[in-house]
Ligand binder design. Structure first.
Ligand SMILES: Cc1cc2nc3c(=O)[nH]c(=O)nc-3n(C[C@H](O)[C@H](O)[C@H](O)COP(=O)(O)OP(=O)(O)OC[C@H]3O[C@@H](n4cnc5c(N)ncnc54)[C@H](O)[C@@H]3O)c2cc1C
Length: 430
């Protein structure tokens, strides 16, 4: 049995790992650039908010969460940061992500094809037979997982953003991203706060060496620096309105509206503000940031890439509507923003890919579980215009709203056991 995963971001990694553990004889992961990690290479905040730790505890009880236990925790720079902006955060070293992902995939016998772009498919009726690469090579498979993200490259950035901003997707070198399933079915966009298609990323990475020495020391000690916005520095609210994190619930908007937070993500700080990058070139007017320069390729002062343009119509099992043997994972599966929620959809897609290949019915996580309720919630949000403007996440309030909030890890694990799914993503399907 052969499972083909398209896209080597955090979702592609997670789906490939679960598919392999579930018993796929061969798993091939295809990535268009020369590195793994996708947008995760400019993210850096692995977990934020105490709700995230609850959702991760459930993923662990399900036997999933390889992205965290095999990759992000081993390359964490700081854990459990609490600031006036948010209650708990785990940061990882973005410069180590690619190497770590490659190593773990290799150790698990997963074949990785780098610098290969899926440019077409071979299909018969509603079934995909092969992913076709730019040189015409056909990679056949029994089941396919589309984890190619939701950016359309320079085309989308020209139409909905600030043109090419030299981001980590590096389209001028590797060509525009495009989903596998986009060759077969129609996809749809999430919306920014103006109601226009696509949202703009918010990462602004600055090399730590370009910061004032006192901040460099503070970052070593505490992992973060908190800077009030100096008088006379006005934000560019148009940029903020187009950004994905214009109002991330787990980050205090009051605090982030008047301060910026510098987070140590390994050699760089990630600049976090409300709807960052709303200060653009004015950042050098912050005391201590006079020499700040932007790390490239990571997008930056001009803005960031546009993503959220090509979401799949999918079931709660992650099966793509209209294709018999394809699943979607990660950003492609909905407008959830955070790596944790992205990885949870991918764990499920990897598991169900093997279920499908074995001719078994696909699993939908029960809605009494955090992730089951959340996957269903995102699916419902995507059917309304207001829902498409949200960037939902498994925070405490959302869990309470969905009736799946549990205080302790023990209670979370107990529910996973009660529904009979303990360890399921880490086991071979027989
Ligand atoms: C700038 C920015 C900062 C963010 N910061 C954070 C953060 O700090 N914390 C957090 O939790 N979340 C953050 N997010 C959100 C999070 O990074 C994303 O939701 C997540 O990385 C999406 O992962 P993915 O694997 O689904 O997609 P992607 O990361 O987009 O990966 C898709 C991969 O597929 C490849 N691909 C595309 N087309 C093809 C093709 N045809 N053939 C082969 N390969 C293809 C791409 O090259 C890419 O590597 C941020 C998002 C942005 C944009």
């Amino acid at each position: 049995m052969k499972i083909v995963v398209v896209g080597g971001g955090v979702a592609g990694f997670s789906a490939a790992m679960v598919a392999r553990k579930a018993g796929a004889d061969k798993v091939v992961l295809i990535e268009r650039t020369d590195m793994l990690g996708g947008i995760g290479m400019v993210a850096g905040i692995g977990l934020v908010g105490s709700g995230a730790f609850r959702a991760l505890a459930e993923e662990k009880a399900l036997g999933g969460g390889s992205l965290y236990y095999d990759v992000l925790f081993p390359i964490a720079t700081h854990q459990d940061i609490t600031t006036p902006g948010f209650d708990r955060a785990m940061l990882y070293n973005v410069t180590r992500l690619d190497a770590r992902l490659q190593r773990v995939l290799k150790e698990n016998g997963i074949e990785v094809l780098l610098s290969r772009t899926v440019t077409d498919i071979k299909a018969s009726g509603n079934s995909i037979g092969a992913a076709v690469l730019q040189d015409g090579t056909a990679i056949d498979g029994d089941v396919f997982i589309d984890a190619s993200g939701t950016a359309t490259g320079i085309k989308g950035c020209n139409e909905f953003g600030y043109g090419c901003v030299a981001c980590i997707l590096r389209c001028p070198v590797f060509g525009n991203p495009k989903g596998l399933i986009d060759h077969k079915v129609k996809t749809f966009p999430e919306l920014n706060a103006y109601g226009k298609p696509g949202v703009i990323g918010t990462s602004l990475l600055i090399p730590i060496a370009s910061l004032d020495e006192k901040y460099q020391e503070e970052l070593k000690q505490k992992g973060h620096v908190f800077l009030p916005v100096p008088p006379g520095v006005e934000p560019n609210m148009d940029r903020a309105m187009k950004a994905a994190s214009y109002s991330i619930p787990v980050m205090s908007q009051d605090v982030l509206a008047h301060n910026v937070l510098l987070l140590d993500v390994g050699g760089y700080v990630k600049v976090t503000a409300q709807g960052s990058p709303r200060y653009g070139p004015l950042l050098r007017r912050f005391p201590g940031l006079e020499y700040a320069s932007i790390a490239q390729p990571s997008g930056g002062l001009k803005g960031h890439l546009v993503f959220g343009l090509t979401i799949a119509h999918r079931k709660n099992s992650m099966e793509v509507e209209g294709v018999d043997n394809a699943f979607c994972a990660g950003a492609k599966a909905g407008n959830a923003l955070f790596l944790l929620d992205v990885a949870a959809t991918a764990d499920l897609a990897g598991y169900n890919a093997v279920m499908k290949a074995k001719g078994k019915s696909c699993l939908e996580l029960p809605k009494t579980l955090i992730n089951g309720a959340f996957i269903d919630y995102i699916g419902r949000l995507m059917t309304t215009e207001e829902g498409l403007k949200k960037s939902p996440q498994t925070d405490n309030n959302t869990m309470k709203h969905l009736g799946v909030y549990r205080e302790t890890e023990k209670e979370i694990t107990k529910e996973v056991k009660r529904v009979g799914l303990e360890g399921i993503f880490g086991r071979r399907i027989t």
